[in-house]
Each structure stands twice: as C-alpha cells, then as structure tokens.
Write a protein that binds this ligand. Structure first.
Ligand SMILES: NC(=O)c1ccc[n+]([C@@H]2O[C@H](COP(=O)([O-])OP(=O)(O)OC[C@H]3O[C@@H](n4cnc5c(N)ncnc54)[C@H](OP(=O)(O)O)[C@@H]3O)[C@@H](O)[C@H]2O)c1
Length: 184
C-alpha cells in the first residue's frame, strides 16, 4: 500500500495503530497515517507511537486552515492531507472573488486555484469529483505558482470554520461499536 491509515480515533485505535507500525516495518505499507486525530487524540498518540505517522488526513480548505494543528505537525514532521479541499463543493467557497480573479490571471478555474493553494501550503490534496473534465483540471495545477502576496490574500479567507463537526459523543458511540461477528 502507498498509504495505510486509520480513519478516526475510535474503538481500539491504538491496537490499530500498532498494526500500521508493523505493516510499515514489514514493508507492506510505504507510509502510514491517521485521520481526524485532532487535538487531544494526536497528543495522546504521540506519547505512544514507536513511529510517527507520515500523514494526517483532516478537513482543510481556505475557510479552515488548521492553524493550531499545523504547529503540532511541524514539530513532529507530519504532513497534512486535506479532505473537503474544495469545501465539499460549496459554491460560496469556489465563487470567492479572489479565486475568480486569480483564475482569470493564470488561465485556470477557481477550483484549480484552490487546489494549487493547498499544494503551496504543503498539503497533500484529495479532491473528489464525478466529472471527467474536473478530474483532468484537478490534476493540471502544477504549471503556475501563486505569489506570496496572492497566498497572503487567500489566507484572509480563513475564518476557522469547518463544514463537518464530529463530537466527542459521536466518537464515544463509535468506541462502543463492535462488528457483529465478534464474540462478546
Ligand atoms: N477522512 C475523512 O474523514 C474524510 C471525510 C470527508 C471526505 N474525505 C475524503 O476527501 C475527499 C474529498 O471529499 P469531497 O469530495 O467530499 O469534497 P471536495 O473534494 O472538497 O468537493 C467535491 C465537490 O467539488 C466538486 N468539484 C471537484 N472538482 C471540481 C472542479 N474542478 N471544479 C468545480 N467543482 C469541482 C465536485 O463536483 P463534481 O463531481 O461535479 O466535480 C464535488 O461537488 C474524498 O476522497 C473523501 O473520501 C475524507
């Protein structure tokens, strides 16, 4: 596997993480990661990991740039991978004037400007699309570079607001879930 990761800190996630470390050691995975281990979860994991994850997949886009988490990731050398990179298709994000203007300047669509911003932030990015033209566009973002000034303009959009909320109560529910074939 190129990247093997745990979707969220639920259930016996530490046992799961140990299996990832083993897969990495055994050469079955090229990289290991975690997803949605924000705040206290990544703090807890860092006391227990033998090998730090190379990636963490979390919600990130220009409205929500994960400022706090990124400080922690820099400390441990973990790379951020953005989910909902285009705001899950939110027209408001894709229609922001700054993306329309930069799109006109570089001959790109607003979505391509957003994806280029992700890569220049150092994020790995996984946009979703069911549209062949969009999929082609989303791969075609490496032949131009946003200036520092343009990156700074985009940074002004960060309002610390995520689209998806996962509460501690939801995680507690996941923790009590067991697959039906498991004997009690
Ligand atoms: N780890 C987690 O907990 C977690 C949670 C959520 C999502 N994810 C993953 O993150 C990835 C992306 O999530 P997502 O697809 O929900 O959000 P997204 O990539 O932010 O947005 C997808 C939306 O953007 C549109 N779009 C894509 N490319 C476009 C383009 N070039 N121009 C205009 N519109 C474009 C798509 O419409 P069209 O189909 O029309 O292109 C779709 O409506 C998925 O692989 C998903 O599995 C992970």
């Amino acid at each position: 596997m190129d990247l093997l990761y745990i979707h969220q800190p639920a259930g016996k996630w530490l046992d799961g993480y140990r299996q990832l470390e083993r897969a990495l050691r055994d050469g079955k995975a090229r990289a290991i990661g975690i997803s949605n281990f924000e705040g206290k979860y990544i703090e807890e994991l860092q006391y227990k990991w033998e090998t730090a994850p190379q990636f963490i997949q979390v919600e990130a886009h220009p409205y929500y740039t994960q400022t706090e988490l990124r400080e922690l990731l820099d400390r441990y050398g973990i790379r951020l991978m953005s989910w909902y990179p285009l705001g899950h298709g939110d027209r408001a994000l894709i229609s922001e004037p700054v993306f329309v203007e930069l799109g006109a300047k570089y001959g790109k669509t607003p979505a391509q400007i957003i994806l280029r911003w992700h890569t220049q932030m150092g994020f790995a990015v996984i946009p979703g699309s069911r549209n062949v033209e969009h999929i082609r566009d989303n791969l075609n973002i490496l032949d131009f570079t946003l200036t520092d000034g343009e990156m700074a303009e985009i940074a002004k959009l960060d309002r610390g607001e995520r689209y998806y909320h996962r509460t501690d109560e939801q995680l507690a529910q996941f923790a009590s879930w067991r697959p039906s074939f498991e004997k009690e």
